[in-house]
Design a protein around this ligand. Structure first.
Ligand code: SAH
Ligand code: SF4
Ligand code: F3S
Length: 439
């Protein structure tokens, strides 16, 4: 019996798919990764609804399976993740795609095993979406990890920020932090199993613990994890600029085990737009945070997310974004065109034409690409500690620096999971090339 999991969206989903894989394996299914759908017994879609493009892609893939289901009525098709949780989506999916057998909300993945058994044994479908805002955190989950030397660890779930464009708070509920002992135990176990990089996940990791004011905050959690013995390093994402404080920045600089890398989404460089987005910081505040990071951790990699075409964004607002991008000089940036999300505050604001948004993102990408290139070029002649992640091509391996830059150099399989000092000899856009520097 074979399974396939189609994962869309962020690292949170990638990690949750490891849990889904573990559930399917416990039911006797084996992983099979070919694009011949006839050969599958279970196909799970772990979905995302952050932008319309994500949704359209998923719908078209689900639609394609109609024929497979006709040819093989025993094929089980399940939809889980953020799209299932969106208000009204379950009815649309059931009406449009009657070949879907199971639909579960973001906090109901634990019901997948019994949903499949129920279908196999009793021909009963399961469509369950828990709509409570604070679903309980279930500990003791198994993950079938497939991310090589890196392991993901959730430290919190949900989001309280309600940026006016964003669907996440509606589909992931309110912020809930895991207990520090549970996180520490999981990380210890992963280090003992040989994982070399642990990435802490949360929509806004800097507000870790704010649902328990007497408990530890994010910097305390970081310190406890940084002090664990073992040859490993720790990353985290994502940081919200309004919550990234001096304590956290100092903590990162204090411990070698904490990666000198911060993903700090800016979204826009215009104060008008930032206010309309409910980001709760100004351009000046953001620039001060950058200044502080660079004065405390001079070699810190800083990356960002930028959105163009938010309702009401004027040419001047957009110019302000280009301006701040040039000023900060991010290592790299994810750039997005604003996409209307039904049910969010920004959906009812006056929208700007797609042609304008599209033209703006092209200009932004062009500028960021040249800045990314320059930022890579600055690495030439410097040596970085790289964690080898895998084989790139024959005789070549690739891995990441502390700041998250991708480096390719000569080496074999025996280097996977090892740290090496690498001298950068050549760069090409965001890619770095080098040679191992013996100690
Ligand atoms: N929690 C993280 C990011 C979550 S979503 C944070 O607060 O930064 C990842 C990125 O998707 C966001 O940073 C934003 O740039 C983008 N995004 C979110 N909603 C969007 C929308 N409606 N349209 C386009 N991009 C969006
Ligand atoms: Fe969305 Fe804002 Fe929460 Fe990030 S902080 S998940 S952008 S609402
Ligand atoms: Fe992630 Fe997409 Fe959900 S970005 S939290 S999978 S809406």
């Amino acid at each position: 019996m074979n399974y396939k999991i189609n994962t869309y969206g962020c690292q949170m989903n990638v990690h949750e798919s490891e849990k889904i894989a573990s559930i399917l394996r416990s039911l006797g299914y084996a992983e099979f990764n070919e694009n011949i759908h006839e050969n599958y017994d279970v196909i799970i879609f772990n979905t995302c609804c952050i932008r319309d493009t994500a949704e359209q892609k998923i719908f078209s893939h689900i639609g394609e399976l109609k024929i497979q289901k006709k040819n093989n009525p025993n094929l089980i098709i399940g939809i889980v993740g953020c799209m299932s949780q969106q208000e009204g989506k379950i009815d649309i999916m059931r009406a449009k795609y009657p070949h879907i057998d199971i639909i579960l909300g973001t906090s109901n993945i634990d019901l997948l095993a019994e949903s499949i058994v129920n279908l196999r044994e009793n021909k009963k479908h399961t469509y369950i979406i828990d709509e409570s805002e604070r679903p309980e955190i279930v500990e003791g989950k198994d993950y079938y990890r497939t991310s090589g030397t890196n392991a993901w660890v959730n430290i919190m779930y949900g989001c309280d920020n309600f940026c006016t464009y964003c669907i996440v708070p509606y589909v992931r509920g309110r912020e809930r932090s895991r207990s520090m002992p549970d996180i520490i135990n999981e990380v210890k176990e992963l280090i003992n199993c040989g994982y070399k990089e642990i990435t802490l996940l949360g929509q806004n990791v800097n507000s870790y613990g704010s649902d328990n004011p007497d408990g530890p905050d994010f910097s305390t959690l970081l310190e406890e994890l940084a002090k664990l013995s073992g040859n490993h390093r720790i990353r985290f994402m994502t940081s919200h600029p309004k919550d990234l404080n001096t304590k956290v920045i100092e903590m990162i600089s204090k411990y070698d085990t904490l990666c000198k890398s911060i993903h700090l989404p800016i979204q826009s460089g215009s104060n008008n737009v930032l206010e309309a987005m409910n980001r709760r910081y100004t351009r000046e505040y953001y620039l001060n945070v950058i200044k502080e990071i660079r004065s405390i951790i001079p070699d810190c990699g800083i990356t960002t997310d930028i959105m163009v075409g938010f309702p009401g964004e004027t040419e001047q607002d957009f110019e302000d974004t280009l301006d701040i991008v040039r000023e900060v000089q991010f290592n790299s940036a994810f750039t997005y065109i604003y996409s209307v999300r039904k049910g969010t505050v920004a959906a009812s604001m006056p929208q700007i034409p797609y042609a304008v948004k599209s033209e703006r993102i092209q200009r932004l990408i062009k500028i960021q690409n040249s800045l990314t290139k320059e930022s890579s070029k600055d690495c030439e002649g410097k040596t970085f500690r790289v964690l080898v992640e895998g084989i790139k091509s024959i005789g070549k391996v690739s891995g990441r620096t502390d700041a998250g830059r991708l480096v390719t150099f000569e080496g074999g399989e025996d280097l996977i999971g090892e740290f090496r000092n690498v001298l950068i000899t050549k760069t090409q856009s965001a890619a770095l090339f080098g040679t191992i520097k013996e100690d």
